[in-house]
Write a protein that binds this ligand. Structure first.
Ligand code: C2E
Ligand code: CA
Ligand code: CA
Length: 555
């Protein structure tokens, strides 16, 4: 049986027969003598039917009734329906077109004409599947970008805005109300955009991905573009189906250089949209060059990173940790810096997030660990007993299949007992307590490493994580506690006290980080905190300086 089938719906056997004769060399043929049987056959063969040839006047269910039912099935949307007519009847033809019929063939069958009409209709429908988003019926990303290109080329002197927007927390809608509701909402949005853009002359729009839509439209001024986005958002509020508050984030970019790649144009709209996220009351943001500069800086960093690593421009600083009873140093945290050839220092806050995005952090972390291993080895070989050094392990590493192996190889290569190298994992790593992470932690424990949970309290998952994973040390950043919005009314202290108590009952030592003031030191001491790290005692320092400090305290 041929895979692609044509469904012939006609009550006259003779007609069915002659159509079948024309088409059966290439297609499988299904026959139905009325609309009802046809619908049943469609249901059973919906993946293999590529076209329907339909008679209008039939008993039981006629062609019009068939079309009405057919149109309620979105999965049939791209199956072309061709109506076979006996005579020219404008009224019938109009009604058919209104019902979404693709084409007509005369009932005095001429084999070649039938053949071409059917094949063309099938080809057009395949094209449609390639160009349109199946759910919403608007252009898909590829086609939308292409149409944007054509639009910009067609009006070289026009002023165009590009708008990219999405629905805030769309994933939540999907998971609370189900994918069907999510789909409905997306279709509604597509309909809104279509309506709003009707009053414009030159535009195109499409669904870029998921809940992201894009619009390219000729406007007089930027305000107009923002207004379009705002109107969409307002329309969304009128959407009654869900009993929740729908908001959008829109980024608008006024296209200045028409030669620019559409993907670069899109990128700018994405940057602008990114400025809305998490910002209360700001839903439409116009791109400006400052935002672009940040991107440019990012690009510069990416261009320079490999060379910088090879040139040893990344240097490891050490920030001592202190034991609170005696104020004696007890190890340090290794923190990376980027010393540019001109002597300027770039702080990790600027480059780590970028490297986490592009994966370079895996190489950089390894580099830092190796530097720390070299230091520890040097100490051990000179007969000194170094205090442990903790290194940061980016979350990206947890998804790196070579992570465990490369770390273990490293300490073996430098013959370092693992108790000298502690690992700091930020709390957000554990937000998804997948097996990968549980297993990695377990493995590292068995290998003898001490694992610290960094930035405890800054994420969302802290308490659950403590239940699920056995970690060795908690690090709390004082910044999270001291910056209370309405002045310090003692709430921070109470939270800290509770955390310290909990840690104690779990037998977990606590390191307070970011300690800057004497007041904090005294409080921490009173509350029974074990260790501190912070500017109050020492800032991160180059290795040489740290060495001296270590020597002094060993005396
Ligand atoms: P972190 O791991 O939470 O490191 C502590 C940060 O707090 C460091 O910033 C440190 O200099 C700073 N700090 C310490 N005491 C104080 C204080 O008293 N007051 C204030 N205001 N800050 C204090 P730094 O060195 O800029 O590092 C920032 C972040 O970059 C680190 O946060 C860590 O997440 C990341 N990072 C640094 N080095 C590495 C590395 O080698 N690998 C990875 N994956 N991340 C690193
Ligand atoms: Ca850290
Ligand atoms: Ca930290």
């Amino acid at each position: 049986m041929k895979r692609n089938k044509i469904l012939i719906v006609d009550d006259t056997k003779l007609y069915r027969q002659s159509l079948s004769d024309i088409l059966k060399q290439k297609y499988g043929i299904l026959e139905a003598e009325n609309g009802k049987i046809a619908l049943d056959l469609l249901k059973q063969n919906r993946d293999s039917i590529v076209a329907v040839i339909l008679d209008i006047v039939m008993p039981v269910m006629d062609g019009f009734e068939f079309m009405e039912e057919f149109n309620t099935h979105k999965e049939y949307k791209y199956i072309p329906v061709i109506v076979a007519t006996t005579r020219d009847d404008v009224e019938v033809e109009k009604r058919c077109l209104a019902l979404g019929v693709w084409d007509f063939i005369p009932k005095r069958f001429h084999p070649d004409i039938i053949w071409f009409r059917v094949v063309n209709a099938i080809r057009r429908s395949k094209q449609h599947i390639l160009e349109y988003d199946a759910l919403t019926g608007v252009y898909n990303q590829q086609m939308f970008f292409q149409k944007t290109r054509e639009l910009l080329d067609e009006f070289p002197n026009g002023k165009f805005a590009f708008i990219r927007f999405d629905i805030d927390r769309f994933k939540m809608i999907n998971s609370f109300y189900g994918a069907r509701e999510g789909d409905r909402l997306l279709k509604y949005v597509a309909g809104c955009i279509r309506k709003i853009l009707k009053s414009y002359e030159n535009y195109t729009f499409g669904r870029v991905a998921g809940d992201i839509f894009g619009i390219c439209v000729q406007v007089k001024e930027p305000k107009e573009a923002l207004k379009i986005a705002q109107t969409i958002r307002e329309r969304l509020k009128e959407y009654e189906n869900l009993h929740c508050y729908l908001e959008t984030s829109a980024g608008c970019y006024m296209i200045t250089d028409k030669e620019m790649d559409v993907s670069a144009i899109y990128e700018r709209a994405v940057i602008a949209a990114g400025k809305c996220k998490g910002q209360y009351m700001q839903h439409e943001v116009l791109y400006n060059d400052k935002m672009g500069e940040a991107l440019l800086r990012e690009q510069v960093i990416i261009n320079e990173m490999d060379q910088a690593l090879a040139n040893q421009e990344f240097v490891v600083y050490f920030q001592p940790k202190y034991e609170l009873d005696e104020y004696s140093p007890c190890g340090a945290e290794a923190l990376v810096r980027w010393r540019k050839p001109d002597g300027s220092m770039v702080s990790p806050g600027e480059f780590i997030p970028i490297f986490e995005k592009n994966g370079f952090i895996i190489q950089l972390d390894y580099y830092v660990w190796e530097k720390v291993c070299q230091y520890i080895q040097g100490e051990l070989e000179s007969g000194r007993e170094p205090e442990p050094i903790s290194v940061n392990v980016s979350r990206v590493n947890l998804y790196n299949p070579k992570f465990l192996e490369s770390l273990i190889n490293l300490v073996e290569q430098y013959r370092i007992p693992p108790q000298y190298l502690n690992l700091e994992l930020t709390e957000s790593v554990f937000s998804d307590t997948e097996n990968v992470i549980l297993n990695a932690v377990d493995y590292l424990h068995k290998a003898g490493f001490t694992i610290m949970m960094d930035d405890f309290g800054s994420g969302y998952s802290s308490l659950n994580v403590l239940k699920d994973i056995e970690l060795d040390v908690l690090k709390i950043d004082m910044k999270f506690l001291s910056k209370s919005r309405n002045g310090d009314d003692g709430r921070g202290e109470k939270i800290l006290e509770a955390v310290l108590q909990m840690a104690k009952s779990l037998n977990m030592p606590v390191i307070a980080e970011g300690v800057e003031e004497k007041r904090q030191v005294e409080m921490l001491k009173r509350l029974g905190c074990n260790y501190i790290q912070g500017y109050y005692f020492a800032k991160p320092m180059p290795l040489e300086q740290y060495r001296k400090l270590e020597k002094k305290s060993n005396k």
